[in-house]
Design a protein around this ligand. Sequence first.
Ligand SMILES: Nc1ncnc2c1ncn2[C@@H]1O[C@H](COP(=O)(O)OP(=O)(O)OP(=O)(O)O)[C@@H](O)[C@H]1O
Ligand SMILES: O=P(O)(O)OC[C@H]1O[C@](O)(CO)[C@@H](O)[C@@H]1O
Length: 891
Amino acid sequence: MASSHIILPKEDDVEVEGDHDSPATPARPYQAQEEAGPAGKKPALPFSATCVRISRDSYPNLRALRNASSATLHDEDAAFVKLEEGDFGYVLDDVQHLTDYLPDLPTFPNPLQDHPAYSTVKQYFVNADDTVPEKVVVQKNSPRGVHFRRAGPRQRVYFEPEDVKACIVTCGGLCPGLNTVIRELVCGLSHMYHVNDIFGIQNGYKGFYSSNYLPMTAKSVNDIHKRGGTVLGSSRGGHDTKKIVDNIQDRGINQVYIIGGDGTQKGAYEIFKEIRRRGLKVAVAGIPKTIDNDIAVIDKSFGFDTAVEEAQRAINAAHVEASSAENGIGLVKLMGRYSGFIAMYATLASRDVDCCLIPESPFYLEGEGGLLEYIDRRLKENNHMVIVVAEGAGQDLIAQSIPVADQQDASGNKLLLDVGLWLTHKIKDYCKSKKMEMTIKYIDPTYMIRAIPSNASDNVYCTLLAHSAIHGAMAGYSFTVGMVNGRHAYIPFHRVTSTRNKVRITDRMWARLLSSTNQPSFLSQKDIDAARAADKAANSKENGHGGKKQSASVLANDCRLPIHPLLQRFTEIRQMKVPAGTVSLARRYLRSSLSTIPLLNIVPCQTSRRSCMNHDPLSSYGSAAKGVGVTFFFFLLLQVLCMSLSALEQQVYHGVLISSSLMPLRFCMEKGSDDGVEAPSAASTGGVPPSASPDVDNTRTQDSDNNANETGAAAGDLEQQANQEAEAAGKAHGACGIETQAEEKPAPGTNAPWTPATSERDVAPTPQTGQRNARAAETEPDVETVTAGSGCTTPPPPAAHDSEGSDTHSADGHGSPLHGQKPPRQAGGTASTSKSRLLPFRSFSWDKKAANKPGGADGAASPERRSKAAGEDGAVEHKEKGKERRKRFWK
Ligand SMILES: Nc1ncnc2c1ncn2[C@@H]1O[C@H](COP(=O)(O)OP(=O)(O)OP(=O)(O)O)[C@@H](O)[C@H]1O
Ligand SMILES: O=P(O)(O)OC[C@H]1O[C@](O)(CO)[C@@H](O)[C@@H]1O
């Protein structure tokens, strides 16, 4: 079990959030406090937490995740990984900071605090509680563990603007938007921070030691975003860490901005490590670039949208050519060395494509179900067809028919054989053998696509990336910057370089593509069975050895199972054993499951696009919420039910949930229902033992995770009910069963310090959900656990449901007299005021239980409610309703 505790700050330690985009954003109240603080007090570090949320040790994936963080690192590097495990199953994995190896660095006032555009930004997060707390003290081996404080405003920077000497380098292949990033780095540094010493390194990494540095000013880069390519030049190979860092040191450079793909980011990490080894005060900021969109962790790389858009022109041309000839075939090759994202999105966008081939999805030519047979059929049906092929597709097939020695580029990347040309010949040969007249036009727009300037949306994206990089570097961090679920984040280098982003053909997007093109999956049942078996074997192996890379067969298998992910989830969940236990673990399941819901799939694109464009989560929230409506509720319900038992990780980067699950959940909360996440634990509420907090307010602030063992006898009752309900739910809904087990009760007499929160703003933060709920508990009226159907994941129950046991509990706003308004606080008592943060689950099983139990689901229910719920009619009616609801749902 997690051992560290999270100690809440005193009230006066809690500050207003700063700009999410800007770790160095000022916030005057904090500054005042900081300045007024005790002499010699070290200013708090700018907020840096990069979190990886994990669940408990009991889950195999927990081990996998924890190991994964260091699996790809050498021992020496792993020692610098800053992992801290908190009580909520969080592991914080900080990005590197200058003070990690230069502890006594002075800080300086942030020039941004006088910037009118920035100082007005007081709240940048969707909610205060979405932030990860700022770590202020780390006491290793201390019984108290790690101390946290809310991510406060960052008014200090680690560089004085006049001392900054920044350089920018671009490496690897070209990509639309490179010039925009360069421009925005130069302009951002000079306009926001008044930095004037900015240099361009020419022709990639080797330019550090083989070319002159190019002075850059806002004026000199004014127009460059209108041109493709990079004004600095780029190259592959030539990364000599020692020489590069020698030059950085000799020239007094203290901020290095490195734009490039995964190879480049690996190089950036090497540079950073050498800088750290030498103890130089130099910040290294990586800005990930690749047209292939194959960089891990981030939502997408800049230039990708532009590439997809430009690819349309080639596909249109191919379509025109093909449809203007008898048995015409238009073949378009697009970039994508290891990942077929451009091909997939361009195909989906076009709707003219009959077949899309990508590296992740193996295909074969001859025989039943093969590509040639499909071409034959399609030509007979339609007289023409368009094929899009990613350059990395079918490389194994080509190698079989044209044996050539493996060749590599200067960076060691494998040089690809031309799949387009090879396919053209194969198709021609096939048609000839069938004596079929045909015309094939092969179009290779790859470099034309890569060389254009970025489109409007990529321009905005590039600007935000550049600005984020600047803020992070000024605040003393070294990181790769990126958008993660629509939020800008700082990511440790090793996380983006340890793996590649690939099209998952078990995912919905590929399923959409298949249904759009109607192409065969190129899989035989035998393939699928073999792949499944391999997958199973490899998965169990992986769980045992956490963090090991998937074997080739698993990866292949991954690509070979076009099973809908939801179906897969159902299967997994059905297979899970469900021991009896407490609500608490069920909550954890829910929590971890919420974190793994691929909600990006169901949140309309507009949501993330908007947050990208506006960089304003608040606005994107509102509009997303309005737009999604009933469908959204339904999907969310489905997702939560399916995923609720999967114990996986949630990654949080710089306070940004990688899982976008917060969005819909928050949406629900704003609708007046529960947000579906759990409240903070005792530790998060200041470690106050529940039994020692008879005050109802304190009780309300308890973590729902700990309700069962925190609210005395009444809570025991709740716990019992919860066990029963969990079991009942497991039985009633095989696919939705909750695996539960007895939870450890906190040691009696736990006397961790506690500071009572007094107002909504003052409630001390805890990581993620904990924070949210601590605050919610303080500010929201009591919400009974019997608020069936209130969760966003549960369809609103019929009105009769309320009459069963929630007539006084309907803070959820469903069919209740209290709908749309906050119910009054209860004047005392504890058991009846336990907050449900588990509505998707609880509502499902709890109300069921409530019908059979005198007093409904609430052990301390009012006499009216008890009589109602005890009534047989009510129970029968409730069961009927439940059945009906389930029927509707399963339909
Ligand atoms: N493991 C590594 N360690 C240090 N430097 C590296 C490493 N891999 C690549 N590099 C350097 O990074 C630079 C760019 O790498 P590469 O040619 O692979 O392009 P990339 O950054 O992956 O971009 P693209 O997506 O366009 O291929 C090269 O100068 C190369 O020497
Ligand atoms: O620029 P080069 O060396 O021809 O490399 C081309 C490769 O670069 C990329 O554009 C980006 O990695 C790939 O799509 C492509 O395979």
